[in-house]
Design a protein around this ligand. Sequence first.
Ligand SMILES: [Zn+2]
Length: 163
Amino acid sequence: MSNTRWFVALAIVAVVAALGYIGFRAYRGAQPESCYACQRPIHVHSRTVAVVNGRSMPFCCPACALSEREQEGKPVRIVELTAFLTGAKLSPNQAYVVKGSDVNMCARAHEMIDVDKRPAGILYDRCSPSLLAFGQRSEAIEFAREHGGEVLPFKAVTAEFGR
Ligand SMILES: [Zn+2]
């Protein structure tokens, strides 16, 4: 009887170790890219690529990439956006954005800290106000109707930040 129990215990340890190893491998393989500026994991539907000092760098969201230019005075040029609804790549010249909606993929972690107060994401955050990109103006309008915010061509937003 005690032999059987030992065997069961060893088998359980072996299975747990194997699962842990597989999980670890999967975790490493699936580890999300982190943002060049804020090191937060990049949400695939708000990924933004900007050229920093001649190199293409991934950012967590358009707001974060635009903040990069503001804070350090560097010429950060956004070259690629991601459609929030589909995850498709978008050209900044054709994209529309919803600014200041109640959806902010980057600030989500903060919101869980404050349970009963205002979400911490409302305080200054380089990813706020939230900027989400859309391929079609109609999609952006539809989204803003549900989640609030202002619909703008992306070009207008960069002009505003560049001032
Ligand atoms: Zn960021």
